[in-house]
Design a protein around this ligand. Structure first.
Ligand code: SAH
Length: 346
């Protein structure tokens, strides 16, 4: 595979263009073109000879959207093909305040959560910062957005992969995405979701990036958590909560827990009460969601009624919580479902 041009920010492109003996302003042209989601061959106003020179070293595009599925609720799901042929996926959710794109950070995942389709084939490879950024650029362009009038306003790192297991590339992605003159999406509009890699949660608190930290908790004791999340054997819930407290101290930002309700696993009223005890007094919010059934896995969603009771119990105990709609459930909304289906059928 050749290099990915979206891995370069404007400064890095300037250095590169100068090293070719080209004028510095060419870097700005390339950068604007890339930020508008163009392939190298389509960048306006760039001389043909320079395009050819670039194409000797860079892939024409980091990824292309090869399939779009649209749900009845407006949610869109994309399959992207990377330059090396690997497939990843993403989801665009439309809200009143803007459009949120869910991006993938790895091809596959090695965390092994039992309810998650992304991890079925293990980790294939990390995505580069430019490959993560290109998901945003391509979907923004697809919806007629530019770098100054954005069609994608918020980004969640909740697609395939464990973002903190691809730490350096994810941090560069967040910085490059926030750059002025680029697509300029602020870290405040970015949510990073982790299964709880404690050392990297401490590192993240030191980056000076005010991202919203989201932790996939999904249970209340280490023993039960380990049944669906192997990482629970490595990092204890107490350690995760301590890392969250540190994140709040360093950034002033409250944090969020994801809790997917699985029948017979984590969704009893007793779990709700234990969760409330665990989180009492913390500057946090709980996002409940009923599991998206994954046919490769035997786990099933808790009932709607059970989910309502869980929510009510938490709220009555003074915990801020919401039960999220399962957006795009009709199009395989959950992590890794679309890719898994595509790989099986092609
Ligand atoms: N690796 C990161 C981010 C990706 S998953 C993490 O673990 O947080 C984004 C969220 O979707 C996580 O909370 C994950 O546990 C959850 N998830 C995965 N599969 C799901 C499913 N089938 N139904 C509901 N939530 C699921």
């Amino acid at each position: 595979m050749k290099k990915i041009i979206a891995d370069y920010n404007l400064k890095e492109l300037e250095n590169f263009v100068l090293s070719l003996g080209e004028k510095q302003f060419r870097a700005k042209q390339i950068y604007s073109g890339v930020m508008r989601g163009h392939n190298i061959s389509d960048i306006p106003a760039l001389p043909a000879a320079l395009k050819e020179r670039l194409l000797t070293e860079f892939e024409n595009c980091a990824l292309e959207i090869i399939k779009t599925l649209r749900s009845a609720d407006g949610t869109e799901k994309y399959l992207y093909k990377l330059a090396d042929g690997n497939i990843i996926e993403g989801v665009l959710m439309k809200y009143k305040y803007g459009n949120t794109l869910c991006v993938s950070t790895q091809v596959g995942c090695r965390m092994g959560c039992k309810f998650c389709a992304s991890t079925l084939g293990g980790l294939v490879r990390n995505l580069s910062s430019g490959e993560i950024l290109s998901q945003v650029l391509k979907v923004n362009a697809l919806h007629g957005g530019t770098e100054s009038r954005r069609a994608v306003t918020n980004v969640v790192l909740m697609g395939s992969g464990e973002p903190l297991d691809n730490y350096a590339n994810v941090i560069k992605f967040i910085r490059d995405m926030a750059a002025e003159g680029g697509i300029n999406i602020s870290p405040r509009n970015v949510s990073l979701s982790t299964c709880g890699l404690v050392p990297q949660m401490y590192d993240l608190a030191e980056e000076g990036l005010p991202v919203n930290l989201t932790v996939s908790l999904h249970n209340v004791t280490d023993g039960e958590r380990a049944r669906t999340m192997p990482i629970a054997k490595r990092y204890k819930i107490d350690e995760i909560l301590a890392a969250c407290s540190n994140y709040f101290e360093k950034t002033g930002r409250r944090y969020i827990f994801e809790y997917s309700l699985i029948e017979g696993e984590n969704a009893d009223e007793a779990h709700a009460r234990a969760l409330a005890v665990l989180l009492k007094g913390r500057p946090c919010h709980v996002n409940l969601i009923r599991l998206n059934d994954v046919k490769e896995r035997k786990l099933l969603a808790a009932s709607e009624k059970g989910a309502q009771i869980f929510l009510k119990t938490l709220t009555e105990c003074g915990i801020s919580a919401t039960l999220r709609r399962r957006m795009g459930a009709d199009i395989g909304g959950a992590c890794g479902q679309l890719r898994a289906g595509y790989i099986k059928n092609n």
